[in-house]
Design a protein around this ligand. Structure first.
Ligand SMILES: [Zn+2]
Length: 419
């Protein structure tokens, strides 16, 4: 069993939740291009180019795989542009509205009435916390298990959203996996995964058996689990938006030993920023097109910005700088909100706001977590604070509820209704 160390070695500055996607594994679902047919003729060439460059691919790597004309864009599997995957016909008039106008609640104290909000507490936790490498312990302190912190915070967040009128749905609510697969079901895929691109991948130093096991576990808790959650979101829950909630972790000092750091920063992710490596894969190209056409970006930016503002005003933690990470770029609308291509925000349909909360191994946040879910306020790092779960949930809830309240105020229908 490896510790967290291996994971945090790759987690430079922003938390690295995933590596390369799988090309051949049956765990990855084949893209269904026909699902994009309903978007034919809905956006203009200018809208396509704006979204492509600004959100998904600022380096313009996709140009290697597309043929662009005023009439449409043809997407190819290969850079020689011989194997066509999909053709999108452009709208010749004004195209789609840039912002999807949503129906607003008319009840002043329930700004989220009529909205379905999906909560996705990151990771599984429970018996799976070791396998998913999201737990650590310092000395005789209480172990810190990220999956449990996420769920605890989401429960408080759910109460707040429900009070504001939202219908809250969940990708999962306990410490059991959503996928029916288990690591031992994924050994053949693990071997296949290891054989792909062996040279560039960083493996911990294990025996061959240990390596297969480690990769099968990775496929289980990362790929299979998040795919199962995506099926639930896309086929059953169909929320207006999803909040993926996590606690962050800074790289450990010395390899293999958990230690505390000073990392009082916060970051949120909207979907985007595909890397050149990712764009070589058919499924990544499919999801880029799917996300670009469904146009969930404006909502991700507004909700992400609203939550970032709460973090800044109430906690004052500075934003994370993911600029040098190579897999993220700035949204330009909030310093806290970055574009990043993660499995969850790629596979879940609709707007997905990915919130990385306080660093679990930041000195102050660690003692705040160790203090547990106490009543009232206590002095934490020189400031009176409520317990960390309550405060984190309230920052997110206040951001979301505040945004919808603002929208209500701006809406003419709302003004007419309440004199
Ligand atoms: Zn996490």
């Amino acid at each position: 069993m490896i510790g967290w160390a291996c994971l945090w070695i790759v987690a430079v500055r922003c938390q690295a939740e995933e590596e390369k996607p799988l090309l051949f594994s049956p765990v990855t679902e084949m893209p269904e291009w026909r699902l994009l047919e309903s978007h034919q003729g809905t956006i203009t060439r200018a809208q396509f180019e704006d979204r492509w460059r600004r959100i998904y691919d600022p380096a313009g790597v996709l140009a290697r795989y597309i043929r662009l004309t005023d009439e449409g864009v043809e997407l190819f599997r290969d850079t020689a542009k011989t194997q066509a995957l999909f053709y999108l016909r452009f709208a010749q008039g004004g195209g789609q509205e840039e912002k999807v106008v949503s129906i607003l609640s008319c009840v002043p104290e329930k700004p989220l009435l009529g909205k379905v909000v999906c909560l996705d507490p990151g990771h599984i936790g429970g018996d799976w916390a070791d396998v998913e490498e999201r737990t650590f312990r310092i000395g005789r302190d209480r172990p810190v298990v990220e999956g449990e912190l996420n769920l605890k915070t989401c429960r408080l967040l759910a109460e707040r959203l429900q009070q504001a009128g939202a219908q809250v749905v969940w990708t999962h609510q306990g410490f059991e996996p959503t996928t029916r697969l288990r690591p031992e079901d994924l050994y053949p895929e693990a071997i296949q995964y290891m054989l792909q691109d062996v040279k560039s991948r960083r493996f911990p130093s294990y025996s061959a058996n240990g390596l297969i096991r480690w990769n099968a576990e990775l496929l289980f808790y990362r790929t299979a689990e998040i795919q199962a959650r995506a099926r639930k979101v896309n086929e059953e829950l169909r929320p207006d938006f999803t909040l993926c909630l996590h606690y962050n972790a800074a790289p450990w000092g010395r390899a293999g030993r958990a230690s505390l750091a000073s990392a009082k920063r916060l970051v949120l992710f909207a979907h985007g920023s595909y890397t050149a490596d990712e764009l070589a894969f058919d499924d990544q190209k499919f999801h880029l097109f799917q996300k670009l056409l469904e146009n969930s970006n404006p909502e991700e930016l507004e909700i992400g910005t609203a939550i970032g503002k709460e973090f800044k005003e109430k906690w004052g933690f500075p934003p994370e700088d993911c600029g040098g990470a190579g897999y993220a770029h700035a949204t330009g609308v909030s310093p806290y909100l970055w574009y990043r291509n993660l499995i969850a925000n790629r596979l879940f349909y609709g707007p997905v706001i990915f919130v990385e909360g306080p660093y679990m191994n930041d000195r102050t946040s660690y003692s705040w977590i160790q203090a547990g879910d106490y009543e009232g306020s206590r002095l934490i790092g020189g400031v009176m604070r409520e317990n960390i779960f309550r405060e984190y949930a309230d920052r997110v809830a206040d951001g979301v509820i505040g945004l919808f309240r603002e929208r209500q105020k701006r809406s003419p229908a709302f003004t007419n209704y309440s004199p």
